[in-house]
Every structure is written in structure tokens, then in C-alpha cells.
Design a protein around this ligand. Structure first.
Ligand SMILES: *[C@@H]1O[C@H](CO)[C@@H](O)[C@H](O)[C@H]1NC(C)=O
Ligand SMILES: *[C@@H]1O[C@H](CO)[C@@H](O)[C@H](O)[C@H]1NC(C)=O
Ligand SMILES: *[C@@H]1O[C@H](CO)[C@@H](O)[C@H](O)[C@H]1NC(C)=O
Length: 842
């Protein structure tokens, strides 16, 4: 019976890629060019691969001799800035367009120092078909050392040519280019003008340039968090009067998209946060919240306002006014009458009047005097510059003004030759390239599931790669490698040598399955060796299925299987060794130094990511069943990995046979609902994780029978303090004074929700993850701002400093995408390895 269960589980794992792809209608860009200019190799930026411009001779029309390249490890975080191609005359890139319509054109510039040219004073002019994107830009006198530009262009012909033109005998250059299709219905042809209020038609034939894209009340969203690769920054630096607004948020999962709005319109992270009117310490509730954006007054702007009523308890409670540049844009806006539901996204497009002559564009929301409840919200905001009558987004000149006198005969000739040569190659190469891109994209996480923040590891692409790496890192000797990616097969002799003949002094733990030893392979790699008790016929089958399943579960935050040995009726599993051991030993019961609050948050976030992958990363979700602080292991960098998964756990729908109805798990961590009804769901893991969170905060065991009755169980005890809002009274004394109150509050609320009596009332682990990231962000930003300011702020008032794009190290949801190929590689090649811990509780 158990065998059957395992077989079907493996079946499910194998086919999960398929099922998820089929069930979610994700946007798949037909054209998807990512180019690393002047690079000699592919450049990976998160889950994207930029190919060198020399990779396809058809991209770059001029001969390469006229160009120069430069590469350097600049301090800029995105590797796309580490190479460039420069030209002394004008040059162009041409992209075949397979589907006409709107496309992103994204450009990256950074004047690398070692090119042999003075790129700081280089002049950059960029034309895209009939539009002028940039006109005579130079880095001289600029504060920033790099430039990122995002344009949206309706390409109506079958190719897009980007011309880069140097002015006055100067040079010009570019570091990276993206040309990517956008869904046709993302931006309609029509929007509303304000003052005088009238419809504005004809947007589809105009070029747009992103100038501001703001996740109001929320964190920085990086391209990895957006199905269309957009960046959304926090709004605080644009708020006119900071104290006027408070942040409100719900878990992103509660956002319900109507048919007319999709995650492509804006991610649910945008709709799940907002700024609302603060009522604390504000004597007069009659005020507006205003955001002010510096703009070039000679252009019109497309303004998209995103709303989602996440504050009301009932329909028709929230009625407010929206102003653009002091003109009423939406009067008496009743969100719920537009959507029919709470927590449902709604957006509205406007075109600003160009005749205001002001260097600022402002957006305000304020109360409607007629409404009963005084409040107003804004969730998101996009401001895009609209091309002018000359088809330009920068200056008054048109393409025809700029092209003829600047293009020397020689370079025109170059274009013709280039085109002629290109055409023959282009047909074939672009087709191949296109296939490559589409194939790659269709395997990529963005497509497989647009808003699942984790890549789907069922896909063979990644798994194969991981296994190849681990095979490479395996050492020679008489090792035989399995072709089907199950990791390395060890001989018994190797295992015996690595553990000094199962020396009891190397024992790391003892559990239901057997003993765990610390081992050292011939090449010095440390491993954890788990030796099973003598096996039976059925045990053998299970053992094999376990290997098959475990080797497919690869994630940066799961302790990974390196290989196994099944010689001589042995059942031995070899795992990565985790140098810093179980989380628990860093909390209490040892002399190890206390972890900082940030470390604790990072560890919880890492563990939540691991669990999230188990729950959602494969089609048949896997329930850990034994989440506890001894099963969260720390590597040498204190990165958390979940251990001991998969040996006794199955997805719920496969559990119908009820092999064992006995409740498994560890006391103190057990979901009370599971205990009563013996029905296992992912929410049981969420409950246990809530216990872990409390343990991390209070540094005491989940159960401590020697304490007074009401304190024995941490879940009960900590909950009673959390409900009083006094969690700070019982937290680890080592943390006192070092935790930002807003961060602690968020953490406490998150743990409280996890510990809800009923599974349905608990959040998903994905939501838990999000909230922990938020708590981390709150702690992180408080460290950057003035401490006095913080002490007077309540949660809503914490300024979330907007972060530079690409500064992913502090991005709040950045690592949610962990488990890209890079990560997988890290996990296997970094030869640091694990211990498995005593699952005594079972
Ligand atoms: C670079 O990426 C392209 C497309 O993803 C791929 O076809 C090619 O093999 C890669 N080249 C290298 C050297 O990795
Ligand atoms: C692009 O322009 C063409 C020609 O004017 C128009 O028919 C089409 O609807 C536009 N596409 C989009 C997505 O705006
Ligand atoms: C909000 O701003 C608008 C436009 O500037 C103004 O007309 C209105 O009186 C303001 N409302 C309040 C309550 O200040």
C-alpha cells in the first residue's frame, strides 16, 4: 500500500511541470530579446539570461571592427552593466518582430572606465523605428553612474531597429537591451483627460516612457516579482506630507482579480498594500494625501491609478475624491460600486494636461464630504511620458531631424551591407534564436506560474542541470553515476571510509530511520550520512522511491541529498553537511552566542521558503509534518535549510489510503486540528511553523513541563501575550531594545495567524513568507533612518526608503525566487554539508 502511494507521488512529481503549465494562463511574450552588449558570454540576471550581441550576427548591423567593447566588474549590482559595446559612428541593432503590437524596449547604460574612450562625456542618442527615445544624453554632470530606461512602443512593422548615434565626433555606447512583447490589452487606446475632462484617443500609436511606477504603501518589487518584468518602487519619497498617510496591507493572496484586471496589469503585491488617511494624531480629518513627482513640463503624461479596497469592512463604506494637479479626476469614487467586491483591483487611466507649465505632477486622494466614513486610499501609480508631436520622448527633434545629417555615408553603407549579409543569416538564425528564447521562457518560472513566487522545480530543465553539477563535483574512484539524475551512488567502502567505519564519536543524531554520522569524502567534502536500520523487501522499495523523490526536491532552502548507497542490503542516504547545525542549538540550551533579530528573521524566511517550495513548488504538495527548530538546519553562512522532509510525508490527496492514521510529529508543534481530526493539510505545517516563530522570539522550548501550567506550552503562553500586544515582555532578553517595534508587531501578528485554532484561519506559508519579509524590511529600513523619528512612529509611519532598482540585496521579496539555476548550483557545488538531526519526536 505504501509502495503504491510512493509510486503515485513520484508520478505526480514527474508530471507536475505539465499540470501547472496547463492550468495557468500565463502571458508568454512572443518576442523576447535579452542582449548583453559587448559581452563575451551569457549574462544571468536573476532568472533571465542575456545573450551576447555577437551571438546573433543579425542583431548588430554594423561590422564589429567599427566598434569597441569593454568589460569590468563594476560595483553596480546588476551584471548587465559589466560589459558594453561602443561605437565611434552611428550603429544599429535590429530585432525581428514576430508579433506586432506593444513591446518593452529597455536600455541599460553605464560608462565603464576601461574602454579607451571617454565614455563619461559620450553623447547618447537612441532612435527606435520612428521614435526618438533619448537625445544627446551624457553622463557628465549626472549624479548617477548608470542609466536604466524603459519604453513602451507599438511596433507595427516586422522589425524594430534601434539606432545609436554619437554627436559631434563623440562616441556612443550601450550595455544591455531588452525587446519584449507586452499583452495587447495592457494599455487601451483611450484614457481620460482632466481639466477639461474629455476622452483622449490615440494612445496606441504613441510611444511611452516609464518615469514613475510606484507600489504605494508597499515594498520595492523587482522584475522577478512582476510577470512583465517591471520594477515598482515605494512611494514614501514622493509623499508631500509624510504624516498624512498610514500604510495598510493585507496578504497578497486575498486579492481577487476580476476578469478585466490581471496580474499583468499589476501584481497582487501592489493591490495588497496602500496608503490611507491616518487618523492618529490628526485633529482635522479634512485633508488630502498628496504625492508630488518632478516631470518635464513640455510633455503630456499617461497616469494609471491602481485602487483596491483593502480597508473597508463592508461594501460602500469607502467613498473619496481623486485629484490630478488639483483638478478633480474621480469625484465621489466608490470602489465597491465599481468592482462589486472588497479586495478587488480597479484601475483608471488619465492623460495629464501639458499646458500646466509646472515642473511637478501631483496626485491627491482626499475625503468626500458627503461620505459617512472619512478615508481615502491609493494602492499603485504609474506615470509614463507620452511622445510628442515629433515622435520624441526627449527634446523637440524628430527621427528625420536627427538621422540624415548624422549618418555618414560609410555607416549607411554599413547598414546596407549588414542588412544584406544579415538577411540570409537572419531568416535562419532569428528563427533559431526565437525558438531558444521561447523555449527557455516557457520553461522559466514566470511563465509556468506567473505569481507563484517560486520556480517550479518539477521541470526537468533545472533538475538535469542540478544533477550534472553534482555529478561533476563527485570524485573519481570507483564511483558509478546514475544516468537518471538520482545523485551519486556510493560504494559501501566509501561510506565506511568517510565515517571512519561508522565511528560512534562522529554520531550526529539518532532517529526513527537510523543513525546519522558526520562523514568526510575523499575530496574533503563534509557530508551527513544517514544509515537506515536493516531493511525488508518493502523497506527497499520505499528507500528507492525516497531517493527518487528526494533527488527531485532541490531547493536552496532544503537540505539536499548528495547520493546514496544500497550495497549489501544497506540503506544509506548522504546529505549535505550543515556546519552550524540545528536552529534550536542557537536559541537555547547551549553556549552559542545569541542570534541578532535580523539573523532570526532571515532564518525564518529561509525556512519558510523551503516549506513554501514543498507546499507549492511541486504539483502534489508535500507536507513536512515535522516542522520544528531541530529540523531547521543552518549552513556556515547561517542560511536556513529545512531537513528531514519527504521521509514520512505525503501530499494530502495521496493520503487517502491512510496507511497510518497515527498522528505523527512532535509534541508542542502539533496542529491541534490535526490532532483532533487526524486530517493532514499544509496548514498543519503552518501551525508548527508558528510555534517555531514563537520559539525564535522567546528562546524557550515548545514544551517545557517544569514551568507553571499556563507557561508549559509556548503556543498558548505566547499567544496570550500577543493578544495583549505585549509580546515584547516575553521576548529573548538579548533582543530587548534591538528590535524595531513595527517589525516585532508584524512578526507577532504573523505567528498569531499561524497558530489559529482552525486550519482555514491560518495563512498559507506563502503569505507567512511575505509577512516575514515585510517584518525584515521594517527592521532593515529602521536601521537606515533616524532613530528618533522611528521611536515616534507607529507601524504605518515607518518610512520605507525606496531602494535602487537592482539593489536586490535589500529587496524584500527578492529571494522569494530563490532556487534559480544559480541557486541550485550553489547548493550543490558549495561543498558544505549537512547533518541530519534526531527526529526523536516521532
Ligand atoms: C547562452 O544562452 C543561450 C540562450 O539561452 C543558449 O542557447 C546558449 O547555449 C548559451 N551559451 C552559453 C555559452 O552558455
Ligand atoms: C498598434 O498600432 C496599430 C496601428 O495603428 C493598431 O492597429 C494596434 O491596435 C496598435 N496596438 C496596440 C497594442 O496598441
Ligand atoms: C484636496 O485637494 C483639492 C485639489 O487641490 C482641493 O480642491 C480640496 O479642497 C482639497 N481637500 C481638502 C480637504 O483639503
Amino acid at each position: 500500500m505504501r509502495l503504491g502511494k510512493w509510486v503515485s507521488l513520484v508520478f505526480a512529481v514527474l508530471f507536475c511541470g505539465f499540470m501547472v503549465n496547463g492550468s495557468v494562463a500565463a502571458f508568454i511574450p512572443v518576442d523576447n530579446y535579452l542582449i548583453a552588449c559587448g559581452s563575451s558570454q551569457n549574462v544571468s540576471v536573476q532568472d533571465q539570461v542575456f545573450v551576447p550581441d555577437s551571438y546573433q550576427s543579425s542583431f548588430l548591423l554594423e561590422s564589429e571592427e567599427e566598434s569597441f567593447v569593454a568589460a569590468a566588474n563594476s560595483s553596480l549590482p546588476s551584471p548587465i552593466y559589466h560589459s558594453l559595446r561602443g561605437f565611434t559612428s552611428s550603429f544599429s541593432y535590429k530585432f525581428d518582430i514576430h508579433q506586432t503590437g506593444r513591446h518593452w524596449v529597455r536600455l541599460y547604460f553605464h560608462p565603464l572606465p576601461n574602454s579607451g574612450h571617454d565614455l563619461n562625456s559620450a553623447s547618447i542618442t537612441v532612435l527606435a523605428n520612428e521614435f526618438v527615445l533619448l537625445n544627446n544624453f551624457t553622463f557628465k554632470n549626472q549624479q548617477s553612474s548608470y542609466l536604466f530606461k524603459e519604453y513602451m512602443i507599438n511596433v507595427t512593422s516586422d522589425s524594430l531597429t534601434l539606432n545609436f548615434i554619437p554627436l559631434n565626433n563623440s562616441v556612443t555606447f550601450v550595455n544591455g537591451i531588452e525587446v519584449i512583447s507586452i499583452p495587447d490589452d495592457l494599455i487601451a487606446d483611450q484614457a481620460s483627460m482632466v481639466s477639461p475632462s474629455a476622452p483622449f484617443n490615440g494612445l496606441s500609436n504613441l510611444a511611452l516612457e516609464t518615469v514613475y511606477r510606484v507600489n504605494v504603501g508597499g515594498p520595492l518589487l523587482t522584475p522577478q516579482n512582476d510577470t512583465l518584468g517591471r520594477t515598482w518602487e515605494n512611494d514614501r519619497k514622493y509623499l508631500h506630507v509624510n504624516s498624512s498617510a498610514v500604510i495598510v496591507s493585507v496578504v497578497p493572496g486575498t486579492i481577487q482579480y476580476p476578469v478585466s484586471v490581471t496580474p499583468e496589469t499589476a501584481p497582487n503585491w501592489v493591490y495588497a498594500t496602500a496608503e490611507a488617511m491616518g487618523n492618529a494624531n490628526v485633529p482635522n480629518l479634512n485633508f488630502n494625501i498628496t504625492w508630488v513627482f518632478p516631470v518635464d513640463p513640455s510633455f503630456r503624461y499617461f497616469i494609471r491609478l491602481h485602487f483596491c479596497d483593502i480597508v473597508s469592512k463592508a461594501l460602500n463604506d469607502l467613498v473619496f475624491n481623486v485629484y490630478i494637479n488639483s483638478d478633480i479626476a474621480l469625484g465621489s469614487l466608490d470602489l465597491s460600486s465599481r468592482t462589486g467586491f472588497l479586495a478587488m483591483p480597479y484601475y483608471k487611466d488619465f492623460v495629464s494636461n501639458s499646458s500646466t507649465g509646472s515642473n511637478n505632477l501631483s496626485v491627491s486622494v482626499g475625503p468626500d464630504m458627503m461620505a459617512d466614513i472619512t478615508n481615502a486610499i491609493l494602492n499603485g501609480l504609474e506615470i509614463m511620458k507620452i511622445s510628442n508631436g515629433a515622435g520624441s520622448l526627449d527634446g523637440p527633434y524628430s527621427v528625420t531631424d536627427l538621422l540624415p545629417n548624422l549618418h555618414s555615408k560609410k555607416s549607411k553603407f554599413g547598414i546596407i551591407i549588414g542588412s544584406a549579409v544579415g538577411i540570409s543569416a537572419a531568416v535562419l538564425l532569428i528563427a533559431i534564436c526565437y525558438c531558444c528564447f521561447v523555449t527557455r521562457r516557457s520553461k522559466g518560472p514566470r511563465q509556468a506560474h506567473p505569481w507563484l513566487p517560486l520556480p517550479l522545480y518539477g521541470n526537468s530543465h533545472t533538475i538535469t542541470k542540478v544533477s550534472t553539477t553534482s555529478q561533476k563535483s563527485g570524485t573519481a574512484s570507483c564511483v558509478s553515476l546514475v544516468s537518471s539524475n538520482l545523485g551519486r551512488i556510493f560504494t559501501f567502502q566509501e561510506i565506511s571510509d568517510s565515517t571512519n567505519k561508522f565511528d560512534e564519536t562522529l554520531l550526529l543524531g539518532v532517529g526513527g530511520f537510523g543513525k546519522v554520522y558526520k562523514g568526510t569524502l575523499e575530496d574533503g567534502t563534509k557530508v551527513a550520512v544517514k544509515r537506515g536500520n536493516p531493511r525488508s523487501e518493502q523497506g527497499l522499495a520505499e528507500f528507492h522511491t525516497e531517493i527518487e523523490m528526494l533527488s527531485k526536491l532541490r531547493h536552496r532552502h532544503l537540505v539536499s541529498l548528495i547520493g546514496y548507497c544500497d550495497e549489501r542490503s544497506e540503506m544509506i542516504l548522504v546529505y549535505e553537511y550543515m556546519a552550524n547545525g540545528p536552529l534550536r542549538s542557537h536559541l537555547y540550551g547551549t553556549d552559542l552566542p545569541p542570534l541578532s533579530w535580523k539573523q532570526r528573521l532571515e532564518i525564518c524566511i529561509g525556512a519558510a521558503r523551503g516549506l513554501h517550495y514543498l507546499h507549492t513548488g511541486v504539483a502534489q504538495s508535500i507536507i513536512h509534518r515535522d516542522v520544528k527548530t531541530t529540523n531547521i538546519l543552518l549552513d556556515e553562512n547561517f542560511d536556513a535549510k529545512v531537513a528531514d522532509f519527504g521521509l514520512s510525508k505525503t501530499g494530502p490527496s495521496l493520503d487517502q489510503t491512510h496507511v497510518s492514521t497515527a498522528v505523527k510529529g512532535s509534541f508542542g508543534y502539533l496542529d491541534p486540528e490535526y490532532f483532533r481530526r487526524q486530517q493532514l493539510t499544509e496548514k498543519s505545517d503552518v501551525y508548527s511553523f508558528g510555534v517555531v516563530l514563537m520559539e525564535v522570539l522567546c528562546t524557550r522550548p515548545a514544551l517545557n513541563p517544569v514551568l507553571p501550567r499556563e507557561q508549559v506550552n509556548i503556543a498558548e503562553w505566547a499567544m496570550s501575550w500577543q493578544k495583549k500586544g505585549m509580546l515584547d515582555q516575553i521576548m529573548d532578553s538579548a533582543l530587548v531594545g534591538k528590535v524595531n517595534p513595527a517589525s516585532l508587531k508584524k512578526f507577532g501578528e504573523t505567528a498569531e495567524k499561524c497558530l489559529a485554532e482552525q486550519g482555514v484561519d491560518r495563512p498559507s506559508i506563502g503569505d507567512v513568507l511575505w509577512n516575514l519579509e515585510y517584518a525584515f524590511e521594517l527592521q532593515e529600513t529602521s536601521a537606515l533612518t533616524d532613530p528618533d523619528e522611528n521611536s515616534t512612529n507607529h507601524i504605518g509611519g515607518i518610512p520605507l526608503t525606496p531602494l535602487e532598482p537592482f539593489d536586490n540585496s535589500v529587496s524584500m521579496i527578492n529571494g522569494v525566487n530563490s532556487g534559480t539555476d544559480d541557486d541550485a548550483e550553489d547548493a550543490t557545488t558549495s561543498a558544505v554539508f549537512s547533518q541530519l538531526v534526531n527526529p526523536r519526536g516521532r
